[in-house]
Design a protein around this ligand. Structure first.
Ligand SMILES: CCCCCCCCC/C=C/C(=O)SCCNC(=O)CCNC(=O)[C@H](O)C(C)(C)COP(=O)(O)OP(=O)(O)OC[C@H]1O[C@@H](n2cnc3c(N)ncnc32)[C@H](O)[C@@H]1OP(=O)(O)O
Ligand SMILES: NC(=O)C1=CN([C@@H]2O[C@H](COP(=O)(O)OP(=O)(O)OC[C@H]3O[C@@H](n4cnc5c(N)ncnc54)[C@H](OP(=O)(O)O)[C@@H]3O)[C@@H](O)[C@H]2O)C=CC1
Length: 290
């Protein structure tokens, strides 16, 4: 069996963790087809886990799974919808009979001044980042982790510790996820479940292409390391938290932001505002790709 796996292995061994760190584990990564989710899935597989990638776009998930090999499989669904979320968790259990790790990675927002956020836009960001994250966590606990008496939930958030003046909806949503992480860690401790949040700074994924160019250009220069985070660095932290050490972090928010946070300074940002004080906003994704 070992030999067979070696011949069909699509993901090379972890660069930093011992082989077999996560052997036998089943993981669910929401938003696993792209960016940080894809990198996490790759590292979890490199450490021995079986990984189910969830998201709304089948072609994106399928392309990633093809690159990751047979330890990866996909399930489509929208985590904002209860039926979809239930089906996602049920699919993991049908395939693997267990769910050891939920990486609650699907999330996002758009960049715009607070006063320009429509009620519907505020609700859209809350439904995804707070509602979707909560729904997935509760389903994973009820259907898989509590019955098994073990499990780990990693909530991927973006670090809002200075407040996100250009994304106030996400600032509130991510702060809520941090608070929920602490509360869930207490609530589910007796069930053997660890809950941790990873508060990320700026990582070089395709998703950053959607932010206004002047914003992107200025960011790397303001990180002490003078560079953006790389997805494998984020993925290594996810794998570490999936290991036995994860339990010791339960209730913690681990900040991985190069000491930059996602925001600092006044509004409007002097480097972005034009003479009238206007700041570039974000274009919407074309409907077909949303
Ligand atoms: C280095 C660089 C550093 C850049 C600066 C700092 C970056 C910090 C680092 C963080 C990086 C990341 O998080 S990177 C990850 C980014 N990835 C994502 O954001 C992907 C997921 N995001 C999304 O799907 C969307 O942003 C989200 C709003 C959450 C959901 O969109 P949907 O269209 O599905 O939402 P719906 O429920 O249909 O509601 C749509 C309503 O939302 C509002 N709305 C949605 N997009 C809008 C937009 N662009 N401008 C205005 N309004 C918008 C409108 O009111 C819409 O109503 P109508 O007008 O009536 O339709
Ligand atoms: N890149 C960065 O610098 C940072 C990113 N983050 C956070 O990390 C996470 C991943 O970011 P990143 O990889 O860069 O960005 P992406 O936009 O590539 O990732 C978002 C993923 O979530 C999926 N998704 C979005 N909405 C839903 C939904 N309603 N149901 C199911 N899946 C959904 C998307 O797939 P699909 O559209 O097919 O559903 C996509 O795969 C996000 O939560 C992001 O906010 C935090 C800090 C920094």
């Amino acid at each position: 069996m070992r030999e067979r796996r070696a011949t069909i292995r699509a993901v090379s061994a972890s660069e930093i963790f011992a082989p077999g760190l996560l052997d036998g584990q089943a993981a669910l990564v929401t938003g696993g087809g792209t960016g940080l989710g894809r990198a996490a899935a790759r590292e979890l597989i490199a450490c021995g886990a079986q990984v189910v990638l969830a998201g709304r776009r089948e072609e994106v998930l399928a392309a990633t799974a093809a690159r990751l090999g047979e330890a990866a499989s996909i399930v489509t669904g929208d985590i904002r919808e209860q039926e979809d979320a239930e089906r996602i968790v049920a699919t993991v259990l049908e395939r693997h009979g267990r769910l050891d790790l939920l990486v609650n990675n699907a999330g996002g927002q758009y960049f715009t001044p607070a006063e320009a956020i429509a009620t519907k836009g505020w609700q859209a960001v809350m439904r995804l980042n707070v509602g979707g994250t909560t729904r997935m966590a509760e389903l994973a606990v009820e259907r898989a982790m509590r019955p098994a008496g073990r499990g780990t939930i990693v909530n991927v958030t973006l670090s809002p510790h200075h407040g996100l003046a250009g994304m106030t909806h996400s600032s509130a949503a991510r702060a809520a996820v941090e608070s929920l992480t602490r509360a869930w860690a207490q609530r589910w401790a007796a069930d053997g479940i660890a809950v941790v949040a990873v508060a990320a700074g700026h990582f070089q994924t395709d998703a950053l292409d959607k932010y206004p160019e002047p914003v992107r250009a200025s960011v790397a220069r303001t990180v002490p390391l003078q560079r953006l985070g790389q997805p494998p660095e984020h993925a290594w932290l996810i794998a570490l938290l999936a290991s036995e050490l994860g339990a010791a972090f339960s209730g913690s928010v681990v900040t991985l932001d190069g000491a930059r946070d996602n925001w600092f300074g006044p509004w409007p940002p002097p480097t972005l505002a034009d003479e009238a004080g206007e700041v570039p906003t974000e274009q919407r994704r074309p409907a077909a790709t949303r």
